[in-house]
Design a protein around this ligand. Structure first.
Ligand SMILES: Nc1ncnc2c1ncn2[C@@H]1O[C@H](COP(=O)(O)OP(=O)(O)OP(=O)(O)O)[C@@H](O)[C@H]1O
Ligand SMILES: [Mg+2]
Length: 420
């Protein structure tokens, strides 16, 4: 029964195979994947998506982190209220990365469904001065930041006397300094403890001794930078050093986007708000991205029916919600790329890291695809759209057959041939 269903789901692929395989040969030798196969049926374990990338929402207490989380995450229900330390335990939600290409491909392939790439957002408790010494919610909070891949630092840029600011006034420069300094202190503390351990030198063979040496050297370089008030991400390390220290998950190693949280009246012209102007300069000095958003407006928008959203945005003098920019910015910040599989069952956007080869990209769908990788057939997104389908792209000579060394490009539409 299972065999028949796999066969029938594979039959449409015969038209794009170079050699005309029979159904039986396909089952016993080579498979082609473009989103048609029900992996759950074919494999005993569910398909493994190897990357779960998390963006942590960080900032002082009461600056709008949970409000932003609720707007970004559909059905997000983090408690957001006007008092500091409203959030204690982190709230976690999965967010689809908006990508118009997905729907174009899905329409061309007449797919039954379209599945977007996703990012996990984590709404973390507010951080205060002295957190690294246990103030506020202290070290527990810092350990939640350690688990994320990138940081969205929400900075309050809206004036509102009714909403408590923990330092008594809206001041982005000072707010950023408080947060970044706590992250630096926490990293320094961790490095000191780790260097103490490394002094004891537990490595027995030459390989583990070399690894310990690389870690020590990396940590000493980073320690120096941190003492100068610079983040660990500014360090330059050898590949061995990077590999040796990455288990520490240092907080200042993580990429940051600053999120200027403005009042609804500032949305039409955010640069007229001096706090946003200042934050813009600070973010570029720190070589980080900046997204301006009104968390309050986004949260209200997410509650409205679709047809009323445009009307509300127009009344505020803007064309579109800022969430798309924020999500795409986070995706870019993480150095992520998208490739697609597209067929009648589904069109799907897959997330890979920049520089991944075809077998590694196939491994994101399932580890067996990487292990048994034979070749990938690939066509650039624009070429697929102009051809209209894989078979017509093949006829026009736009579909390329690529081997193990091929580095997958942004927007590639791919078919994998593999052997298991
Ligand atoms: N852009 C904005 N304009 C006006 N009010 C806002 C804006 N963004 C958030 N607020 C308000 O600020 C208050 C605090 O918001 P929220 O609970 O999201 O903060 P938080 O950073 O998650 O706080 P905590 O660290 O305590 O968990 C809420 O009353 C919210 O409605
Ligand atoms: Mg909160």
């Amino acid at each position: 029964m299972a065999r028949t269903s796999i066969c029938s789901s594979l039959i449409p692929l015969k038209s794009v195979l170079l050699k005309p395989y029979t159904c039986h040969q396909l089952l016993s030798q080579t498979y082609l994947y473009n989103g048609f196969i029900s992996l759950r049926r074919r494999y005993s374990s569910a398909p493994k998506i190897s990357m779960s990338l998390k963006a942590g929402i960080v900032g002082l207490p009461n600056v709008g982190k949970s409000t932003l989380f609720n707007a970004v995450v559909e059905n997000g229900k983090a408690q957001a209220a006007n008092y500091p330390f409203c959030t204690i335990e982190p709230n976690v939600g999965i967010v689809a990365v908006p990508d118009p290409r997905l729907h174009v491909l899905s329409n061309l392939s007449k797919s039954q469904k379209a599945v977007a790439a996703s990012i996990e957002f984590v709404d973390i408790a507010g951080l205060v001065k002295g957190a690294s010494q246990g103030e506020g919610l202290g070290n527990k909070f810092l350990s939640h930041i350690r688990e994320v891949d990138s940081i969205l630092q929400v900075v309050r840029c809206f004036e509102d006397n009714d909403i408590v600011h923990v330092s008594g006034k809206v001041d982005p420069k000072s707010d950023i300094e408080v947060i970044n300094l706590e992250l630096v202190f926490s990293d320094l503390d961790q490095i000191e403890k780790r260097l103490d351990k490394l002094k004891k030198g537990k490595g027995r063979d030459s390989q583990s001794k070399a690894k310990e040496e690389a870690e020590r050297s990396a940590l000493e370089k980073i320690q120096q930078l941190l003492m100068d008030g610079r983040p660990a991400r500014a360090v330059s390390l050898t590949d061995l050093e990077k590999d040796a220290m990455k288990h520490l998950c240092l907080l200042t190693m993580k990429p940051i986007i600053y999120v200027a949280n403005v009042a609804e009246s500032d949305l039409a012209d955010p640069e007229s708000n001096p706090h946003v102007k200042e934050l813009n300069t600070l973010a570029s000095d720190l070589q980080s991205g900046l997204v301006t958003i009104s968390a309050q407006v986004e949260a209200e928008l997410s509650e409205l029916p679709q047809e009323e959203r445009t009307e509300y945005l127009t009344s505020l003098g803007v064309n579109e919600s800022g969430l798309g920019n924020l999500i795409r910015g986070t995706y870019g910040l993480l150095g992520l790329r998208t490739y697609f599989t597209s067929g009648e069952k589904e069109t799907k956007a897959w997330t890979i890291l920049s520089g991944m080869t075809a077998p590694q990209a196939a491994g994101v769908i399932h580890s067996d695809f990487e292990r048994g990788f034979i070749r990938a057939e690939t066509v650039a997104y624009d070429d697929f759209v102009s051809a209209g389908s894989f078979s017509s792209a093949r006829e026009k000579g736009l579909l390329r057959s690529e081997g193990k060394e091929y580095v997958v490009q942004e927007g590639d539409v791919m078919l994998f041939r593999f052997n298991v």
